[in-house]
Write a protein that binds this ligand. Structure first.
Ligand code: 7R7
Ligand code: ZN
Length: 263
């Protein structure tokens, strides 16, 4: 699908060939969300999530995370409402995680980090015709962020965990179908923070309307351990490197306001 994050492949590990920040970037992500400094906006509407599991196509290791990709050639799986003026099309989801359970998320809440963070990625199909186009526009993307906490086993995640050994190495890809990403959302998606931000890896474009869920989901220690069994490196490389700590550090707020959908 268009969002196969070819641009992300330009991201050469180890971290960050080239400038560490976008020169003049004033809406970079991730950020620390200071709860008490966020502003309740009663005009924020509930999010409307409409995913069709039949649009799920494949899972692959892009050398930085693993992506579950969806057919985004029609408006079968969409996100609208909340702060969004337009309709956004689901194109992929992926995660960021740490080498241990002390850190791994990209956003933090009052400096609290979580062991992992889910990103469900959508692009503005009212205004643009391809993900690659939308990724360059300030209203191009909407990303739902969900924190993962260690606790009980997540039954819906297990199908995904079972597929990971097949994409252990960079550039490996397998068919993956009929997976509904809604099963990875917390029960309550009406409580979220929203702010104007960016992609968190190159091209770091300032195209993202963030929707960070207040409620986390729980996954088991063993489920997250399988994430850490993935590799940054391709099968041919001599030295194999564990895929861990694939997160960006928090960026300056630069005067931005974070709004909350709850008081
Ligand atoms: C070209 O496509 C890309 C490129 C980078 C990212 C990074 O930005 C965020 S957010 N997470 C990431 O890993 C992306 O995610 C939507 C999509
Ligand atoms: Zn991400």
């Amino acid at each position: 699908s268009a969002c196969s994050s070819k641009l992300a492949l330009s991201q050469v590990h180890p971290m960050w060939q080239g400038p560490l920040a976008i020169p003049g970037g004033d809406r970079q992500s991730p950020i620390d969300i200071a709860e008490r400094r966020s502003v309740f906006d009663p005009q924020l509407r509930p999010l409307k999530v409409q995913y069709d599991p039949r649009t799920c196509q494949q899972i692959w290791n892009n050398g930085y995370s693993f992506l579950v990709e969806y057919d985004d050639t029609t408006d079968k799986s969409t996100l609208k409402g909340g702060p969004l003026e337009d309709q956004f099309r689901l194109c992929q989801f992926h995660f960021h995680w740490g080498e241990n359970n002390a850190w791994g998320s990209e956003h933090s809440i009052d400096r609290r980090l979580y062991p992992a963070e889910l990103h469900i990625v959508h692009w503005n199909s009212d205004k643009y015709s391809l993900f690659e186009e939308a990724v360059m526009e300030d209203n191009g993307l909407a990303v739902i962020g969900v924190f993962l906490k260690i606790g009980k086993r997540h039954e819906g995640l297990q199908k995904l965990v079972d597929a990971l050994p097949a994409v252990r190495h960079k550039d490996s890809l397998v068919e993956f179908t009929k997976f509904d990403p809604a099963c990875l959302l917390p029960e309550n998606i009406d409580d979220y923070w929203t702010y104007a931000g960016s992609l968190t890896t190159p091209p770091l474009t300032e195209a993202v309307t963030w929707l960070v869920m207040k409620q986390h989901i729980e996954v088991s220690h063993d489920q997250l351990a399988v994430f850490r069994s993935l590799l940054f490196t391709s099968a041919e490389e001599q030295v194999q490197r564990s895929m861990v700590n694939n997160f960006r550090v928090q960026q300056a707020l630069k005067g931005r306001t974070v709004r909350s959908s709850f008081s």
